[in-house]
Unconditional design. Structure first.
Length: 339
């Protein structure tokens, strides 16, 4: 484990916290599912900042993939600055926040309720202003998170999205994956201390490639590389990197390929191979024996969460190797309020 860091210790606690969430939030999830069954939404809308927005990306993919429910990310400024006359009556609005105190997200939640949306707050503080403004509250069950770099709250939030999706979809396979999730995460914890970090420790620029549900994990990993390692990292779809961004790649450029099992895995591997031909250093996270960072045997549905579980401690160690404190980034605070 990264020497003495809260980031690594808190990440390691995620499997137990997710097990608690699955158990204790079952009633809240059932209530949301019942309300949506009575009045099915034609659209889902998400709102969040930073890591919470990456949870929203995961939610958008999950709702579309498993429920056939279109989902859009709502820029809060459309409401807080532009007062746009958005029609969200009968939509599902999901707001995600660790603190529940970001002023813009709270304002959007209040507006959405008045506009007729079914509002759900996914928050780590059920007594927060965001929770008070919502019709339904899902507790992340992450417990106090002292490191500025969020880890367990992100994994718990994604687990809550997965639990809600499984309840709404009514698919036994999704329920089975959810029940297996704490064990899959625990398996990733056991491997985290052995990941090679040399490429992260010496990189100056990086792309994090993913696709499908893996892109949400890629976005979160790129953010953590920025805020803890001071590394200029950008997350991209394996498809989008071919539409111009690959031009900046050359010798010494790091590419972290999130090659999770599923239909998109060949695309991620092919894109990273093309960038290797341009001189990039490739670091592959996957399930194949030759990969640099290898996930344990898991249910593929759980792969994005297991990837984060595996990577968070490695990023904390890389930050230390770069002479930085991952728990206390220079320019970041635990609660960041924007309008």
């Amino acid at each position: 484990m990264a020497d003495g860091t809260l980031m690594a210790a808190e990440a390691a606690s995620a499997p137990d916290r997710v097990a608690r969430l699955i158990r204790d939030e079952e009633g809240a999830i059932a209530a949301i599912a019942a309300a949506l069954a009575e009045s099915p939404p034609g659209l889902a809308v998400t709102v969040g900042r930073g890591s919470s927005d990456h949870v929203c990306t995961f939610a958008a993919w999950s709702f579309a993939r498993w429920l056939g429910l279109p989902c859009m990310s709502l820029p809060p400024s459309l409401i807080t600055r532009e007062a746009a006359p958005l029609r969200v009556q009968d939509a599902l609005l999901l707001a995600v926040s660790q603190s529940g105190r970001g002023a813009d997200v709270v304002e959007v939640m209040g507006w959405a309720g008045l506009a007729g949306a079914c509002t759900v707050a996914l928050v780590n503080d059920p007594a927060s202003p965001l929770a008070e403004a919502a019709r339904f509250v899902l507790d992340q069950q992450a417990g106090p998170e002292q490191s500025v770099a969020a880890t367990k709250s992100v994994i718990c939030s994604m687990a809550a999205v997965q639990a809600l999706t499984a309840a709404l979809a009514g698919r036994p396979a999704l329920r089975s994956a959810l029940m297996r999730l704490p064990d899959d995460l625990a398996g990733a914890v056991g491997r985290a201390d052995h990941l090679p970090i040399e490429k992260l420790a010496h990189a100056h620029n990086a792309f994090v490639l993913g696709r499908g549900a893996g892109l949400a994990a890629g976005l979160e990993i790129a953010l953590k590389l920025k805020e803890t390692c001071g590394l200029s990292a950008e997350a991209l779809s394996a498809a989008e990197v071919r539409h111009g961004p690959r031009e900046v790649v050359g010798p010494g450029f790091l590419v972290l390929a999130i090659a999770l099992p599923g239909p998109s895995e060949p695309d991620v591997r092919a894109a990273s191979a093309e960038l290797a031909q341009q001189g990039a250093d490739i670091l592959t996270l996957g399930t194949r024996p030759g990969d640099d960072w290898i996930l344990p045997s898991i249910d593929p549905v759980n792969a994005p969460l297991a990837a984060l579980q595996l990577v968070y401690p490695a990023i904390a160690r890389a930050a230390q190797a770069r002479g930085r404190d991952p728990d206390r980034p220079r320019t970041l605070s635990k609660v960041t309020s924007t309008f």
